[in-house]
Every structure is written in C-alpha cells, then in structure tokens.
Design a protein around this ligand. Structure first.
Ligand code: HEM
Length: 559
C-alpha cells in the first residue's frame, strides 16, 4: 500500500473510531436499578421512536407510557427522551406524586424542562423560575387577584359575559343545524379566551362575538357534523393561541428550547404574534394607568390591579412608576396564556362526559335548579350568585372531569439533590415526570409495597384514600361527595392543577371559569350525544390533552 493510501486508511479508521465512540457516548445511560425498555438503550433516540409511533396512530403519545408501565410491571420506570441527555424518571403513583409535590421541596423543585416551554415567549414569567425569592416576588405581584373577593366581584362578571355569549352563539347555530351535531371545540376555545381576556383586561377580546358573523353559513361536513367557517378574530387575540401552541416545539424537538427560540426569532407568524403581544400589553397597561388616574384607583381587571399596585408602591417610595417593566409584561401575558387553553380543554372533556352520562347531567341540572328555585329558565343567576352559592354536585362534577380529562399528561419536577423514589436512588438534576392519565388516577394502580414509600408519604398515608380500583375508570362525581352530600376534595388524589408550592397559581380562577361555564351550559341546554353509535372516548394531543372530538346536539331548555 502506498504511503498516501495508508494515510487515507488511517484517517478513515480514525474518523470511524471517533464516530463510534461518539455514538457510544450518546447512547442512553440508564440509572442503575430503575426498570427501562431494553430496546431503548440501543437507540440514540431512546424511547422517542415509540412515543412518535404511538402518536402517529393514536394522535397522542401517552398511551405508550401506560403500556410501558404495564410491560415493565413497575410504578417507576425510566425513559430516554433527549439524545445524549440524562434519563427521565417517570412514576405512575398518585400518592407518591402528591408527596413529591407537597412535602419534598428539599429534594425537588420546578423542572427546567417545564421552564423551557415558556422561555422564548415570556422569559420572566414565574413558572420558569426555581423556587426562590425572585419567584416569591413575582407570585406576590398578582396574588390578590386570586382572593375570593377579587374573583367574585372583579373576574366573575367577565367570565359570565363570555360564557353567556357562547350560549347565544350555540342557540343561533342550533336553530340552523336542525338537531344535527355541531362541532363546538373552537367556540369553547374562543369563549375561554374571551373569559380570560376579560379577567386580565376588563373586556372580552370579542372572539365569540366575531363568530356570530358566519353563523348563517353553517353547513354539514361529510361526517354529518355541522360547522361554521372560522371568522377571523382580532390578531392580538389570535396571537395568544398561536404563541401558546408554539410551546409544543420545545416539547417535541430533540433540540428543546433552542429550537423554540429560533422559531420565535425567524418564523414570520411567530414574529408577528410576538409583536402583537407587545402592542397589546403596552396599550392595555397605558389604558389601565389612565383609568386609575382618572377614577381614584377603581380596579376592574388583573391589569388594573398590578398597575395600581405599582403606582402606589412608586408613590410611597418616591420613584417613578415602572409600569412597563418586562416582569409586569410577562406576568400579565402568562396569566392570559396559562388560563384559556387549560379551561377550554377541561370544558371539552366535561361536555363529552355530560353527553355520555345523561344521569349525571340530570342530577347536575336538578341540583343547580334546586339551588336557584326563583329564577325563570330564561334568566340565569348573576356571576356573583353562581360564584358564591354552595353547589356541591357541580364541584364534584368538575373534580371528576379534571380527573378523567387531565389537561397535562404529566407533572414534572427536577431533583435538586440525590434522593430516593419508591426505593430507587435518583441522582440530582433528573427530570421526574408524574404520570396523570394512567395507573392509580385513571386506571387500577400498580401495587406498591408500603415500605418503599418515602417517610413523608408513609406519615401522611391517611390524608386521602386511594381511588376505588373497581370503578376508577367510570365517570362518577359521587366519589367526591360525603354521605351528607357536601363536596369532599380529599376523597382521592386531586392533582389536575398540580399541588404544593409549585402547583397552579391560577387554580381558583380556573375553578371559577369551569363553574361558570358548566353552570350556564346545563342551565341553558340539555347536552345530547351526536346521533348513532358512540365509540370509546379517545384523546388527541394539542397544547393540552383534548378529547378527540367535541360534537354536540343541544336541546334548548328555554322553550
Ligand atoms: C382549568 C384551568 C387550569 C388548569 C387545569 C391548570 C393546570 C395547571 C397545571 C397542571 C400546572 C402545573 C402545576 C405543577 O407543576 O404542579 C399549572 C401551573 C400554573 N398555572 Fe394553571 N391551570 C389552569 C388555570 C390557570 C389560570 C386561570 C392561571 C392564571 C391566571 C394559571 C396560572 C398558572 C401558573 C402561573 C402556573 C405556574 C406556577 C408556578 O410555576 O409556580 N393557571 N396550571
């Protein structure tokens, strides 16, 4: 062999060896002792191909996890979701999940994986921060907007207006659809966007109002479901779902948040949406400041609240008010974004559960009619009356819809020091996913020996009972009621909003949103299934985990 051929051969062997070593380096490295799928450790992409394959067939990736837990017969497993990244630990046990989120803050904190989702859009939104003084200061900014007084008097009327409007939209559609099913998913999303917009800025975004324009064009699709062409809503409002949906880029891309940042900077639709976000916030904040100056500080929205607080603090400290601070911008937009799609997703689930459980629907309706005996059918009670009246069956219905719906397939925390989960050592810096749509919350649990539970989990064992495995898959609001008919949120694991320090900031507003929507829905209509056989209820992954379809027939109860 000539010397140049020898050099070429040596280079090829060298490159080949390097590539092989790189490949070996990037292959998944399991955490010792925690079960995993054997096939996944021989692939650079780990478990991703399985999740993608499941998604392609079922429109959501999570059923694949139910199968992995079953195949590995363990409530704790590990999966490999990033090339060359650390394994992710996943648990399917509500009791341990609750324990991690409420009692183990010395071991777990907000996961950077979760924070990455919002980083490119709202880098100062507190959901991204670890639990520290900065996070506490951000939470304090809007804390009082979750007080009962603020919710019932200031936020409630806007929610009532938005949902009353969508009831009228459906009345108009129903008159033309002539007892055929209507696709209501987009209307529900717009109604929730309007509702949160009103809570944030004092007036709806006009999204539902815009939909009235096209009602006359309602027509059946090949599946017999009636739909209206989507009327263009104001771009500032449209920007909210556009940006919210873009967070999926982070979740899905092997490059995570880097890919999302690139998209926000260079994709024209996302650039336009970011610009609309800035314009909207600037205008709303200026309007709020002017309103406050001219009306002795009367607060009509979350924006008014945050701006008047800043103006008062500045006056007290003798400095100019910093009403256009990036923190205020990101917290306000976070408030808007975090609440509309989550509320809409659970509303879609609840509508499906009402259709499939006519007895539950009858009980729910008679319970609210009994609570308001003096109202004629065409006059719904006020926002304040709905918000403040004891309605235990409605609360139980919502709790059950949250349990069997679930907006998020998982909650995530990160270990901040080496720790133990269900008897296994988990190193610091590991993302721990707590699975919500499988065993122990929606399916019979996987057996966990008591002694493997953490000390805090054992000590708090009697805090809530496990769900009954015999009827865990049924939609049964009664499980959340005491014998005397009062609502009992501790009748089982209630994790749909997360829990503990880093649970949902807007839970009370979210619950009010759902209360107002379902009250007005059941007050106005009987919610009927589309005609014909109903298949099993399946999911699709959008920003949240939604039911595959929300097709409804309505019977108007005003007639
Ligand atoms: C039905 C409605 C809602 C549902 C189901 C829901 C669900 C959730 C979930 C599952 C989390 C993650 C919790 C965790 O990791 O433990 C979360 C966090 C959060 N939610 Fe909600 N949410 C809803 C409404 C809202 C509303 C209306 C707002 C604000 C106005 C809001 C603001 C937030 C914020 C700021 C966080 C992050 C908290 C932190 O990191 O400290 N949510 N929500």
């Amino acid at each position: 062999m000539s010397s140049s051929a020898q050099v070429t051969a040596a280079i090829i062997i060298g490159i080949g060896t390097l590539l092989y070593l790189l490949y070996r380096f990037l292959l998944p490295k399991p955490i010792p002792g925690i079960p995993y799928d054997e096939a996944s450790i021989h692939r650079l992409l780990g478990d991703v191909p399985d999740l993608v394959a499941w998604q392609n067939v079922h429109q959501e990736p999570w059923g694949c996890m139910v199968k992995k837990f079953k195949d590995l017969d363990s409530p704790i497993i590990q999966i490999f979701g990033r090339v060359g990244g650390n394994p992710w630990v996943v648990i399917a046990d509500a009791r341990e999940a609750n324990d991690i989120m409420t009692r183990r803050s010395a071991d777990f904190d907000r996961s950077r994986f979760f924070g990455e989702l919002v980083n490119a859009i709202m880098p100062r939104f507190h959901t991204k921060l670890m639990t520290n003084d900065e996070w506490r200061a951000h939470r304090a900014l809007l804390k009082d907007t979750m007080s009962p007084a603020f919710l019932n008097s200031t936020s409630g009327p806007g929610l009532h207006e938005a949902f009353s409007q969508v009831m009228e939209l459906w009345r108009a559609k129903m008159a033309l659809a002539n007892d055929h099913p209507i696709d209501v998913e987009q209307d529900i999303m717009y109604a929730n966007l309007d509702a949160l917009w009103a809570a944030a800025f004092g007036k709806t975004a006009g999204a539902v109002e815009t939909q009235f324009k096209n009602v006359a064009e309602i027509s059946p699709g090949p599946d017999g479901v009636f739909r209206t062409p989507n009327a263009e809503i104001p771009f500032e409002a449209k920007a909210v779902p556009i940006l919210a949906e873009s967070m999926a880029i982070t979740a899905k891309s092997p490059l995570g948040g880097l890919h999302h940042k690139f998209a926000i900077l260079f994709y024209p639709s996302l650039r336009a949406a970011m610009k609309a976000k800035e314009t909207l916030l600037r205008r709303q904040i200026n309007d709020a400041a002017q309103r406050i100056r001219s009306s002795d500080g009367a607060v009509q929205s979350a924006t008014d609240f945050i701006i008047s607080s800043e103006m008062r603090a500045a006056e007290k400290e003798g400095r100019p008010a910093d009403i256009h601070s990036p923190v205020i911008y990101d917290e306000l937009y976070g408030y808007l974004m975090a609440g509309h799609d989550t509320g809409a997703t659970i509303s879609d689930w609840g509508v499906n559960f009402l259709m499939r459980n006519p007895k539950v629907q009858d009980t729910l309706r008679s319970s609210i009619q009994t609570a308001f005996p003096n109202y004629p059918p065409d006059e719904a009670p006020t926002a304040k009356a709905i918000a403040t009246t004891s309605l235990p069956y409605l609360d139980a219905f919502i709790e059950e819809a949250l349990r069997l719906g679930q907006v998020a397939g998982v909650h995530v925390r990160e270990t901040i020091r080496d720790t133990q989960i269900l008897g296994h050592m988990v190193p610091a810096g590991t993302n721990v996913f707590m699975f919500l749509i499988g065993q122990s919350i929606q399916l019979p649990p996987i057996d966990v020996p008591y002694t493997l539970r953490s000390k805090t989990s054992q000590d708090s064992y009697s805090q809530f009972p496990d769900l009954n495995p015999q009827d865990i898959m049924e939609f049964k609001p009664e499980r959340w009621l005491n014998d005397d008919g009062t609502y009992n949120p501790n009748a089982g694991p209630s994790l749909s909003f997360g829990t503990g320090l880093r649970g949902c900031f807007g839970k009370k507003l979210g619950l009010l949103e759902l209360r107002m929507f379902f009250f007005l829905l059941v007050w106005n209509f009987e919610v009927l299934s589309p005609i014909g056989e109903q298949g099993p209820l399946s999911r699709k992954q959008r920003l949240g985990l939604k039911p595959r379809t929300t097709y409804v027939r309505f019977r108007d109860l005003r007639k």
